[in-house]
Design a protein around this ligand. Structure first.
Ligand code: SAH
Length: 408
């Protein structure tokens, strides 16, 4: 049965412009502790695992209570609880997805049918999903390569150590065992190495869906959103590289301006770089809201809409630097032909011109050199219906290529 707190909502998944208040990342302990002075709303109880009766006293720790919220549904990120326990509510998730809505705290895969069309995964084939995310695309690829009990398999890569284990357990709970599905926390630039370690040789099908996931955008603690305050982090892998705040504390003005231009074509890059470098001398820039306010204050003549666009672009540009997104993409595009078997197909979803230019160029050069036998002439874009249902799809561009037989 659908719990009343299982909030389905239309997403606003423009990179750097997330929907507020959703996410599946675990809430900090402090919001999960119970307050004995208030009764829990019964209708929305998450049915915690029953605690065995203590044999001799009351020393057994009680299960943690979910956070309290007012009203029928939890609205704030830290109040949500089903999203924090993804495998337990698979049936609810399936119902909501079947109704055409997007689950709060999940990621709606983009251009799924189009991707399946160009990749044409067949039973028994080997696939790589370079950006596993929530596993939406991976699930569909797995269904195809393992159809009729065929020995197909999929390697799912992602740099995100927080979401990857949840996605792995979700896909396992759907019945994909460890011969069919392997999940690895790795940059996709390490794809060749992982394929080698697994002894899988080359792949028949490779997918990369670039950028960030809705789960990453939705969690204010990860610092991708400026709609809610949080630490200025922006790392897909918080265990690696400097955070956005650390990078912003030391980057030179010229490098900052260059990053804003190359990462987001920011028209006010010079003004913003100068202003941010001056501002950090007064007070370190460590919070998402603080950075957003600073950017707006540096563009006083601009309309609110223009200011907001600059905020979005600056967050995107900083995210690209902090995660070395262009470095990773360039490396991946170089090693891609060596990972595809003869006739192997690759599909790439990009979300801004800096990404699309690189993919387009690499595919063109590969076609000229005979590495690819065919590439997309035009990008494939989401139709109006998909764009309405999932605004993040409106900036998506799909390109594909087919590996030539017998060339390296
Ligand atoms: N197709 C996925 C969604 C992918 S969202 C789905 O259907 O759910 C993009 C994902 O790519 C994020 O989880 C992000 O952590 C991951 N990612 C971004 N850059 C990466 C890189 N260089 N290597 C591996 N994963 C990366």
């Amino acid at each position: 049965m659908l719990g009343t707190s299982w909030t389905a909502e239309r997403r606003h998944e423009v990179p750097g412009q997330p929907a507020p208040g959703t996410g599946i990342v675990e809430a900090p302990d402090s919001v999960m502790t119970s307050d004995p002075s208030q009764p829990a709303p019964q209708a929305t109880d998450p049915k915690p695992t029953p605690t065995p009766a203590p044999p001799g006293g009351s020393e057994v720790p009680r299960p943690r209570r979910r956070p309290r919220y007012s009203g029928r549904n939890p609205r704030r990120f830290e109040e949500r609880y089903k999203e924090h326990d993804p495998t337990r509510y698979l049936a609810d998730a399936a119902k909501i997805e079947a109704s055409g809505k997007t689950l709060a705290g999940s990621h709606r895969p983009i251009l799924v049918e189009e991707i399946l069309g160009v990749l044409d995964p067949k039973p028994g084939e080997t696939a790589v999903d370079c950006t596993l995310g929530y596993g939406g695309h991976a699930r569909r690829l797995l269904e195809r390569v393992t159809a009729g009990d065929a020995p197909g398999r999929l390697l799912g890569l992602d740099v995100d150590p927080i979401e990857l284990p949840k996605t792995e357990s979700r896909l396992r709970a759907l019945g994909f065992g460890d011969t069919a599905f392997v999940a690895r926390r790795s940059n996709y630039a390490g794809m060749a190495k992982v394929l080698g370690e697994l002894g899988w040789g080359t792949a028949d099908v490779i997918l990369a869906d670039l950028g960030v996931s809705s789960m990453q955008l939705d969690d204010p603690q990860r610092g991708f959103t400026y709609k809610q305050d949080g630490p200025l982090d922006l790392r897909m892998n918080p265990q690696r590289s400097p955070s956005a705040a650390q990078w912003l504390a030391t980057v030179g003005e010229a490098d900052l301006q260059g990053a804003l231009q190359s990462g987001a074509d920011e028209p006010h890059a010079a003004v913003l770089a100068r202003g941010l470098v001056r501002a950090r001398a007064v007070e370190p820039i460590t919070r998402t809201r603080q950075l957003a306010e600073l950017i707006r204050s540096l563009l006083p003549e601009r309309s609110k809409e223009d200011q907001d666009l600059s905020v979005r672009r600056v967050f995107q540009a900083i995210r690209i630097v902090v995660n070395d997104e262009f470095g990773g993409l360039d490396a991946w595009l170089r090693l891609l032909p060596g990972c595809l078997g003869p006739g192997g197909r690759v599909a790439v979803l990009t979300f801004h011109s800096g990404e699309d230019r690189r993919v387009k160029q690499a595919f063109r050069v590969g076609l000229d050199q005979g590495i690819y036998s065919a590439i997309a002439d035009e990008v494939i874009r989401a139709g109006p219906e998909e764009q309405r249902a999932n605004p993040r799809s409106s900036s998506a561009k799909l390109r594909w290529a087919v590996r030539a037989a017998g060339n390296s």
